[in-house]
Design a protein around this ligand. Structure first.
Ligand code: SAM
Length: 251
């Protein structure tokens, strides 16, 4: 079994040469993974550093481990990809976030679009974001990320567009695009460090939203002749970008 990985948090602290794990994280190690003294864990700071530690004690109170070495965590993709995801219904967002983290997406921005079906008031939005960020942490621990991707608060599409700056590449995934495929651009344009991918909700982008995204500098691109569901399109586009410009598919 691969050495379990935990990101530092209020439940996983580095104190001197010890890693102290409490709460749900400790329960996961002691009860779900049944780790006992002598077993090893990796604690990560989410900024590229990792500490290997050997468990000294593991019980319902918590897990205490002694650091045996520090090293660089797995490298992050060379491309910082932000997925601006038109808010989708319920568990679709959970799936999108989990898979986006595994692919190597750096940031997920849930966008409230004209045709978004779900409406999140501030409190629901806060609770959803907390849930989504927890999914991102768990996915990052599982897949071996060196950092935890950020799930931003749900926001209006226009707010996400205001993040576009010169030097950033932005793709608007639009099934109505007839001239340019994502592949055309990836094969011909030099890559940039920061990439944004805009995906519409289940009902798609309105014509006004396509215009606003284009005016803000996002390039409309087709993903091909088939209409992909919202939970498929962003992941496919992220994978294509990270394959062409990132580390996906590479040693
Ligand atoms: N107009 C779509 C339909 O007829 O079902 C509704 C939108 S589609 C389910 C959700 C989103 O996925 C779109 O807003 C777009 O961002 C993206 N998408 C789906 N298929 C695409 C394609 N072939 N090319 C580019 N984007 C696509």
């Amino acid at each position: 079994m691969r050495v379990p990985r935990i990101f530092l948090s209020p439940e996983c602290r580095l104190e001197g040469d010890e890693v102290l794990v409490t709460g749900a994280e400790a329960a996961h190690l002691a009860r779900v993974l049944r780790l006992r003294p002598g077993a090893e864990i990796d604690a990560l700071d989410g900024e590229g550093r990792a500490w290997r530690a050997r468990i000294l004690a593991a019980d319902k109170e918590g897990v205490r481990a002694r650091v045996t070495g520090a090293r660089a965590a797995a490298p992050e993709p060379p491309v910082r990809l932000a997925l601006v995801q038109g808010l989708a219904r319920g568990e679709k967002m959970d799936l999108i976030i989990q898979k986006a983290v595994e692919i190597g997406v750096a940031r997920i921005i849930p966008a409230d679009c004209a045709r978004t079906v779900i409406r999140l008031d501030d409190e629901r939005g806060r609770r959803r974001r907390e849930r989504w960020q927890k999914i991102a942490v768990e996915a990052a621990e599982q897949c071996g990320r060196g950092a935890v991707p950020v799930v931003e608060p749900p926001q209006a599409l226009g707010d996400a567009l205001s993040l576009l700056r010169p030097g950033v590449t932005a793709f608007l995934l639009w099934e109505g695009e007839r001239a340019t495929g994502l592949k055309d651009i990836l094969d011909s344009v030099p890559c940039t460090k920061d990439v944004f991918v805009f995906v519409g909700p289940e009902g798609g982008f309105t014509g006004d939203e396509v215009e606003a995204c284009t005016a803000a500098g996002a390039r409309p691109v087709s993903l091909g002749p088939r209409i992909l569901r919202t939970e498929t399109a962003g992941l496919v586009a992220a994978a294509l970008v990270l394959y062409a410009w990132g580390d996906l598919g590479r040693i």
